[in-house]
Design a protein around this ligand. Structure first.
Ligand code: NDP
Length: 412
């Protein structure tokens, strides 16, 4: 398969575009589309300024409302894109997926579909939306790779590696830990779309424990770990996409997700939330103006993409996996360290966008070469983990493992 249509023009799309350009000898022509063509054009310009294109080839910006399935199909056909990387808002997943099914293009995304009116639906979340199209994908031979960013994405691969390689006889728990030890220098900002970011924390926290769904409140359960490079870090049990597929596909009784937050972030979040400023329900002001509080908060916070130039520090994201080997308890940590400044230097984005944007391009390369062109809908843990980890080692997203033998690079 060749030629990539990138949908979305945010921080993640910027990384995807630069990385696709670096591998356009394999991927072919690159097209970027969102509702605001100027944002797409800015990405095209930045790729050209950095000279990221490996060989001569098309790199074009387009205006597209991806909720319009017919328009999306027309753009896929016009650009002869055989692969679509959807890094737009998660509200557009189902319509982009449908356009891919109807045109035969391979589909990739980095987050579960969300309905703007619904907060924190019942688990497993994939069953509410994407998995309903599983049969349709299989019937039409469509390769659809769901959640192939970092988390979800790489961490699913790490879980698959932990279970399928020879590390354990039995895996007891997978705890995914996401630490951003970076500093953006603002009083308060979110690293990606505030609307999506806050929605992760305002609902119930679902986790998979003892083979059952467990419900908690945000910031109710925490842990502290001494992690490589970023040191001692406190993280909080958080609801997250990958739990909803890993619990289904891997026979592991405990799958949890933990996100690191500083006290300052939690304080500000609690104030906003307690005041009702994170609500997606409209309110009417005394002047008769109808506003959605969450949209107002989003409008006054820094644009996540604008954080990139001054972001310093590192991220550490990985899977703590516990189980038994040869009758003994064992623990490993499979992880990646990314650097905000290095990401900005390479592709003009901050580290969070970088970690989310590189894996879908690796997935596209593996579809292009056939290794991951599976002609059905899959989550990342269902795919061979070795080529993905190896390829990402070469693409600026190296994996490491820490176990009883020490802390070292992981490749196969
Ligand atoms: P942004 O909010 O910066 O960008 C979203 C983009 O979607 C915007 O450029 C917007 O452009 C576009 N968009 C929204 N609606 C439409 C539409 N109807 N048609 C076409 N384009 C549309 O988000 P990020 O770049 O930070 O994140 C992108 C995705 O990646 C999100 O789904 C996010 O959840 C996910 N993510 C995944 C991570 C992972 O590790 N798995 C980590 C971080 C993010 P316009 O307004 O011009 O249409």
């Amino acid at each position: 398969k060749r030629n990539v249509l990138i949908i979305g023009a945010g921080g993640v799309a910027q990384v995807v575009a630069h990385k696709c350009a670096q591998y356009n000898d394999v991927l072919g022509n690159i097209h970027i589309a969102s509702r605001t063509v100027e944002k797409c054009q800015q990405i095209v310009d930045s790729v050209q300024e950095k000279g990221s294109l490996k060989t001569a080839g098309d790199l074009q910006a387009h205006a597209l409302d991806a909720l319009d399935i017919e328009a999306t199909k027309a753009l896929i056909s016009k650009t002869q894109s055989q692969m679509v990387i959807n890094v737009g808002s998660p509200f557009i997943n189902m319509s982009v997926l449908q356009a891919c099914i109807e045109t035969g293009a391979a589909y990739m995304d980095t987050a579960i579909h969300e309905d703007p009116d619904k907060i924190c639906e019942n688990p497993p979340w994939y069953a509410n939306y994407e998995w309903k199209r599983k049969q349709l994908c299989a019937d039409n031979g469509i390769t659809a790779i769901l959640g192939v960013g970092f988390d979800p994405g790489m961490v699913n691969t790490y879980a698959a590696a932990a279970v399928k390689e020879d590390y354990f006889d039995r895996v007891e728990s997978i705890d995914i830990i996401d630490i951003n030890a970076g500093n953006h220098g603002h009083y308060f900002a979110t690293n990606f779309d505030p609307e999506i970011n806050f929605r992760e924390f305002t609902g119930r926290v679902w986790s998979w424990q003892n083979n059952a769904w467990v419900k908690n409140k945000m910031f109710e359960v925490k842990r502290t770990d001494d992690l490589p490079v970023v040191g001692m870090q406190t993280s909080y049990m958080t609801g997250h996409d990958e739990i909803h597929s890993l619990s289904h596909h891997l026979d592991v009784p405990n799958v949890r997700f933990w996100m690191g937050f500083g006290e300052h972030y939690i304080n500000v979040f609690n104030v906003l939330n307690s005041l009702g400023l994170l609500s997606e329900q409209p309110v009417t002001t005394a002047e008769g103006l109808e506003v959605v509080p969450l949209k107002v908060v989003k409008a006054i916070l820094p644009d996540p993409a604008s954080l990139a130039p001054n972001y310093t520090g590192k991220t550490c994201i990985g899977d703590v996996v516990k189980g038994q080997k040869d009758g003994k308890d064992k623990e490993i940590f499979i992880y990646n360290i990314s650097d905000h400044e290095a990401a900005y230097e390479e592709v003009g984005s901050q580290g969070i966008s970088y970690t989310a944007g590189v894996p879908p391009v690796a997935a596209a390369i593996l579809i292009a070469t056939g290794e991951w062109d599976v002609s059905r809908m899959v989550n990342v843990e269902e795919l061979p983990h070795r080529p993905f980890i190896n390829l990402l080692n070469d693409m600026g997203m190296p994996t490491r493992i820490k176990d009883e033998h020490g802390d070292r690079p992981l490749s196969f």
